[in-house]
Structures are given as structure tokens and as C-alpha cells.
Design a protein around this ligand. Structure first.
Ligand code: G1P
Ligand code: ZN
Length: 542
């Protein structure tokens, strides 16, 4: 039996960079999740009788919202839902399932790298039939609908057993509980030379992969240990927990400090890696060598042809604007297209669909390719392993050789988290007002070449996205970029991205923060960060 339940709109359901993210208690308000899910359905057309993929990263409240989503899909006329066993689907695996089974779309429940638990974060995101995040046209429609919604539809049946694989028909809809790992692992076997990686591991190559008690545990266990033969224990924290074991599942040098220290210490494994809450981000650390995500993108693109899935070469590279220009030099050398997009994976979808780009990446530890329409943490790990197996060199050697060939882009991001929203907006407004006067200004040895608020003209659908981050470019290729996060859930997060290009191999061994010190000082001078945010130092430096 289907019910139509009257409801009242909430004013705060604007999807951000990756869907709607709020604290769990916000989502637990009456009809809050239902309103947003119904607003998604109300913004779509033509899904009657079609398949919807549903899954999440296993965080607190995942199962409850999955039950609601299944019942609402039935009442709204979907013909089938595919849901990961235990409610689990990593974001890249969900993207793959949508594509492989030609589903109409998918609902992914995650707040990515944000902590989970009863008072932590939750999120709902809609992905379209190409497997990628809904484009702005759809997220705008969803937001508009959340403001006027007055009822939602839900079927009245008992909760579905999510822990047993199998198919059943309930209220006229097929509900298929699937193995969350199988299809994804098979795809990875197609793309990468598992034989070569297995051989390298059998010769003693040691891996430490930290799943951070989040969604990649079951995937990494199956692929790295079961299929590639890495010894038991190579994958750590592999059991997805609703509160991620109290950890902050963001694979950066702050939250993976233990792994980092291990990789810098005596007897370090050959390869250290981690992924985030929903499995789309990655951290790559070699023995004595942290690989910045921007460098990782460039190195993966330059060496992708060593993996079977990319042996024909790549069509182009895309990176988000704040990501360093290291990949641009690779694209230039390969003679392939280079695309600079706003922050957020959704902007890569059109480029991938049109075959303009094959490999994409963001400075925020996201890398991926045309195999799905999301960034993919384990994919990056496996491509690295494939490259290491073929080249037979260490991570550090490969990185240094890359710098020697292309020059080094020193790069760092300074985040000011939980800043007062008005203060953050005031800072950006003041910066914007300064833009027209900045070009030509001298700061010590640095001269501003140009300054603007990044606007993106999508070459495929011709849409324009304005105000995507303030860029101050200096002569010689250095840069400072300012933008406000679209994924935070408390106050505002100011992100300052600092980059300096260094062609001279004799100067490739500097400490990053020292190499960037003059630019960091200029960023402060231009944006007045301390005075406006009341912060003496960033909360996170990556
Ligand atoms: C952040 C990252 C961005 C990434 C997004 C989703 O968004 O900066 O690159 O696509 O998370 O993982 P932000 O909080 O900066 O808007
Ligand atoms: Zn994520």
C-alpha cells in the first residue's frame, strides 16, 4: 500500500559540492530525509519502471535512510532497486553499478571524508545514469523543489533484510540485494595487470593500506589480499563502522599521521595508501616520499599507458582549477587536451562522456578515469601498483624522475575550518572588490600577472559556472587561490591553495612550506585572513 504523507518544506536543503550534507540530528528531523528524497524524484523524469541503485558508506543512519529510500522508490514507481549488501556501496562502486546495469540513477548516502556517528555528518547525493553526480541543472531543480514540497510518497511494507544477497518483489518493485564488491573488483581486473602486481607482491613488495574503518575495507581486502596476494594484515581497519571507529576518515597527512610516520621510519613498507569514508579519495605515500595529489595526478597520467586499460594512451586530462598545474605539463608533452574545471567531480562528467578527457583529478586527493564517473580511491592505488610493478622502481624514484623531467610544482592547501560564515563571506567579498586593482602589483619579488574569479565554460553543454574561486596568478607560474568550501557542515571553511613552479632540479628538495613561504605571506596580505577570521594559523595544512 502506498501512502502520500503531507509534509512541510525545510529551508536548508541546498545541495553543495557533493549533495546534501548535514549533521545526523538534522537528518533525523521529521520528514527531513523523506523531503529531500522526494524532491530528487520530483526533479527527474522518465524513471517509471526503471532501476535505482542505492547504497552508502555504512556510516551512522545509513541503514535507516536506505529503508526509507527503498520504500519511497517503490511508491514513486521505480521498477527495481539494487542495493549493496549491508547497505554498503562505495561511491565509485555505486557509479560502476549504475553504468554496468544501465540503471536510471542512484542514491548514494555518504558525507565522504567527514566523521560519522550520532552527532556527526550524514549526506544524500543523487547520481545520474552516466554514473556521475547530478549536474547543476538537476541539483538546482532539487533545491527549488525542497522549498515547495508538501507531500511525499512512501510504500507501506516491512523493512527489507539488507544482509542477505538475493532478489524479491515487494509492492510491485524488484529489490535486489547485491554483493557490493564483486562487479567493482572485476572491473579493476580488466583495467590493471593483476599478474604483474601479484608477482611484485610475491617477491616481497609490502603494502600498508588503511581503510580507516570506512567503506573501502571490504573492497581492499578482496582485491589487495585475496586477489593480489598481499599478506593478511596489509589492509588495516577494514571493517566499516558506523562511527568509523571514532576516526576522521579523510586520507590526508593530519588524519593518517600514523601511516605517514611509519612510511618515513625505518623498516617502512614499500607502499602506503588510504582512502576516505566513501572510498573515492586516496592517499599515496612511498618509502620516505609523500606524493601530493596534484603530483599523483600528473604521474598517473604520464604513466597510465603501462596499465592494460589505458595502453592505447589517454585522450586528455582534466583537473579542478585549484589543483596544481603539474598535470598540464604532462598533457602538453603527450599532446593531449587539458581541461581546467571548477571544484567538484560533477564537472568532469561531460568531458569523460564526450571522450575529451580520460584521467581526471583534484588536489583534494581525488583521482579517477573514464572507467566510472566518480573519483576512485582504490583505482588510484591499483594504477600506482601497476606502474610500480612495470617500472620496477620505488615511489620516490618515480616521483623524483618526474620532477626532473617536468619541473616541480610545490603545492599546499591551508584550510581554516569552522570560520564564522559572515566573516568568511566578508573576506571573499573584499577580495573580489580588490581583483581589478591587483594585476601588476608587486609583493617583494612577486608580481601579480592577473587576478580573477574563475568562471568555467563547459565545452560540451556550453553551460557557464561563475564565481568558482579567486585566483591570483604571479609571473613565473606561481599562484594563490581562495575559495569557500561547499561541503562543510558547520560554519564556513576557507581554503587557500598555494603553488609555486620550480623548474630547477637543484631546488627540488626543499621543504614545501618553506618553498612557499613568500606566497603564504602574500596570501595573508591580500586577503587579511588573520584579522577577518580571527585565526592565527590554518586548522589543516595539506
Ligand atoms: C571538497 C574538495 C573537492 C571535492 C569535494 C568532494 O570540496 O575540495 O575537491 O570534490 O570535497 O569530495 P569543498 O569542500 O572544497 O567544496
Ligand atoms: Zn569521498
Amino acid at each position: 500500500m502506498n501512502k502520500t504523507v503531507p509534509t512541510k518544506p525545510y529551508a536548508d536543503q541546498k545541495p553543495g559540492t557533493s549533495g546534501l550534507r548535514k549533521k545526523v540530528p538534522v537528518f533525523q528531523q521529521e520528514n527531513y530525509a523523506e523531503n529531500f528524497i522526494q524532491s530528487i524524484f520530483d526533479s527527474l523524469e522518465g524513471y517509471q519502471g526503471k532501476c535505482l541503485v542505492i547504497g552508502g558508506d555504512g556510516r551512522y543512519y545509513n541503514r535507516e535512510v536506505i529503508q526509507k529510500a527503498i520504500k519511497m522508490a517503490a511508491a514513486n514507481g521505480f521498477g527495481k532497486v539494487m542495493v549493496g549488501k549491508g547497505g554498503i556501496l562505495s561511491t565509485p562502486a555505486a557509479s560502476h553499478i549504475i553504468r554496468k546495469y544501465k540503471a536510471f540513477g542512484g542514491i548514494i548516502l555518504s558525507a565522504s571524508h567527514n566523521p560519522g556517528g550520532p552527532t556527526e555528518d550524514f549526506g544524500i547525493k543523487y547520481n545520474i545514469g552516466n554514473g556521475g553526480p547530478a549536474p547543476e541543472k538537476i541539483t538546482d531543480a532539487i533545491y527549488a523543489r525542497t522549498k515547495t514540497i508538501d507531500a511525499y510518497k512512501i510504500a507501506d511494507f516491512a523493512d527489507i533484510n539488507l544482509d542477505t544477497i538475493g532478489k524479491q518483489t515487494v509492492a510491485g518493485m524488484v529489490i535486489s540485494v547485491i554483493d557490493p564488491v564483486e562487479d567493482y573488483a572485476a572491473l579493476m581486473e580488466e583495467l590493471f595487470d593483476f599478474g604483474a602486481i601479484r608477482n611484485m607482491i610475491s617477491l616481497g613488495f609490502r603494502i600498508a593500506f588503511d581503510a580507516m574503518s570506512a567503506v573501502t575495507g571490504p573492497y581492499a581486502k578482496e582485491i589487495l589480499e585475496n586477489r593480489l596476494g598481499a599478506p593478511n594484515g596489509s589492509v588495516r581497519n577494514f571493517l566499516p563502522l558506523p562511527d568509523f571507529g571514532g576516526h576522521h576518515p579523510d586520507p590526508n597527512l593530519v588524519y593518517c599521521k600514523e601511516l605517514y610516520d611509519e612510511m618515513m621510519g625505518d623498516d617502512a613498507p614499500d607502499f602506503g595508501a588510504a582512502s576516505d569514508g566513501d572510498g573515492d579519495r586516496n592517499l599515496i605515500i612511498g618509502k620516505d616520499m609523500f606524493v601530493t595529489p596534484s603530483d599523483s595526478l600528473a604521474i598517473l597520467a604520464a604513466n597510465a599507458n603501462l596499465a592494460p586499460g589505458y595502453s592505447a594512451g589517454i585522450a586528455g586530462i582534466a583537473r579542478s582549477m585549484p589543483t596544481s598545474g603539474a598535470a598540464d605539463r604532462v598533457a602538453e608533452k603527450l599532446g593531449v587536451g587539458m581541461y581546467e574545471t571548477p571544484t567538484g567531480w560533477k564537472f568532469f562528467g561531460n568531458l569523460l562522456d564526450a571522450g575529451l578527457a580520460t584521467i581526471c583529478g583534484e588536489e583534494s586527493a581525488g583521482t579517477g578515469s573514464n572507467h566510472v564517473r566518480e573519483k576512485d580511491g582504490l583505482w588510484a592505488v591499483l594504477l600506482w601498483l601497476n606502474i610500480l610493478a612495470v617500472r620496477g622502481e620505488s615511489v620516490a624514484d618515480i616521483v623524483r624522475q618526474h620532477w626532473a623531467a617536468y619541473g616541480r610544482n610545490y603545492y599546499s592547501r591551508h584550510d581554516y575550518e569552522g570560520v564564522d560564515s559572515d566573516a568568511a563571506n566578508g573576506l571573499v567579498t573584499a577580495l573580489r572588490a580588490k581583483l581589478p586593482t591587483l594585476a601588476g602589483t608587486q609583493f617583494g619579488a612577486l608580481t601579480v600577472a592577473s587576478a580573477d574569479d574563475f568562471a568555467y565554460h563547459d565545452p560540451v553543454d556550453k553551460s557557464v559556472s561563475m564565481n568558482q574561486g579567486i585566483r591570483v596568478l604571479f609571473e613565473g607560474g606561481s599562484r594563490v587561490v581562495f575559495r569557500l568550501s561547499g561541503t562543510g557542515t558547520s560554519g564556513a571553511t576557507l581554503r587557500v591553495y598555494i603553488e609555486r613552479y620550480e623548474p630547477d632540479p637543484g631546488r627540488h628538495g626543499l621543504d614545501t612550506q618553506e618553498a612557499l613561504a613568500d606566497l603564504i605571506a602574500v596570501a595573508e596580505e591580500i586577503a587579511d585572513i588573520k584579522a577577518r577570521t580571527g585565526r592565527d594559523a590554518p586548522s589543516v595544512i595539506t
